[in-house]
Ligand binder design. Structure first.
Ligand code: GLA
Length: 350
């Protein structure tokens, strides 16, 4: 099987890419938003199903408030009041989440046309997506050149490499916003999926989902997933953080050894299909989000109205609002430096 490309529609004059591997995994990606529209993965019987949420037509993605499948940036997650300071200069970003900035603003990476190019190697098929975000875009300082490479390998890994540089000091925190439902049936919830998260700490949030600045232990909370547990087991437990998030919508601090670059962030297992998703990353944090804002108003693939908790996201990232939090990992990118990060989603069935 080879790489297929073609123009999607007249209005959306763009290319789409299909990546396949030797084990029957197939991904469909659009230049619009770098959106991953489909990921077909065999279950334990070898039956392939699409395990990501999205829309049937590319036009529908023009209204994609949930960011299904999209690339996110320049800054994934929230920046309080859309403001931050760099070298004594305050930047004001577009605010699109109450008074806060979320996922890059009004026209983030999820809504722009990327320039895609097919690549392949002995063990993978892939694409490189390139985009130049001009100085002042959504309020961000500096012109930013970014490339995102997606590779699908015969080892059943979807590898994402982010590479970027800027001509002025700026901030950057790109991520990928795929929603998974490993059952392949998005009309069912993800509450019986079992998740394990490799974190002993997280960054608690205030009522607007902005971090309080604390890096708090997970011990004794319903957010502690060091031991695998179903997503639904404690999601409605009485806990301020779960009330604020209306479920899980939190940044977990990934545990890694000093020498470990790529660390395991999380594993999710779906018992009926046997599908397993592993997330491995160089990023310090991962946002575990259980689709709490989905309310049935978005009509997804095959006419399914996506309800709350019909998909989950594991968005690898720096910590939310890090430009305003001195004790969080820095999002600063200086001219002459290269921003690099890698995240791997690995699929299997057992
Ligand atoms: C992220 C955020 C959520 C929500 C979704 C998009 O996961 O953490 O609060 O904004 O994106 O709906």
């Amino acid at each position: 099987m080879g790489l297929k490309t073609g123009t999607v529609t007249e209005k959306f004059a763009m290319k789409e890419f299909v990546l396949t591997n030797d084990n029957g995994i197939r991904m469909r990606i659009s230049e619009y938003g770098g959106i991953v529209r489909e990921i077909h993965v065999p279950d334990r019987q070898g039956v392939s199903e699409d395990i990501v949420l999205g829309f049937d037509s590319i036009e529908a993605y023009e209204h994609n408030p949930a960011y299904f499948g999209a690339l996110i940036g320049r800054f994934g997650n929230r920046i309080a009041k859309g403001k931050f300071e760099l070298d004594g200069v305050t930047s004001e970003l577009a605010t699109n989440d109450g008074s806060n900035h979320l996922h890059g603003g009004l026209k983030g990476f999820d809504r722009v046309l990327w320039d895609g190019e097919s690549i392949s190697g002995e063990d993978f098929q892939g694409i490189v997506l390139r985009y130049r975000s001009e100085d002042g875009d959504e309020g961000y300082p500096g012109a930013l050149d970014i490339s995102v490479t997606y590779r699908l390998t015969n080892g059943n890994q979807w590898i994402i490499d982010y590479l970027a540089s800027s001509d002025r000091p700026t901030i950057l925190n790109p991520t990928q916003h795929s929603y998974f439902n490993l059952s392949g049936k998005a009309d069912s919830s993800i509450l019986d999926h079992q998740i394990q998260i490799n974190a002993s700490h997280y960054t608690p949030v205030d009522a607007n989902l902005i971090p309080t600045g604390k890096i708090a232990p997970l011990d004794g909370t319903p957010l502690d997933f060091r031991t695998p547990e179903s997503i639904g087991a404690r999601i409605d437990a009485q806990h301020t953080q779960l009330e604020r998030g209306n479920g899980y919508d939190h940044n977990f601090v990934i545990k890694r050894d000093a020498t470990e670059e790529l660390a395991s962030a999380a594993e999710v297992f779906e018992p009926n299909s046997g599908r397993l998703l592993e997330v491995i990353t160089t990023s310090p944090g991962v946002q575990f989000y259980t689709g709490n804002f989905l309310d049935g108003s978005l009509e997804g693939k095959s006419g399914v109205a996506y309800g709350p908790r019909s998909g989950f996201c594991l968005e690898t990232q720096l910590f939310p609002d890090s430009p305003n939090q001195v004790n969080f990992p820095s999002a600063r990118l200086n001219p002459g430096e290269k921003f690099k990060s890698t995240t791997i989603y690995r699929f299997s069935a057992r």
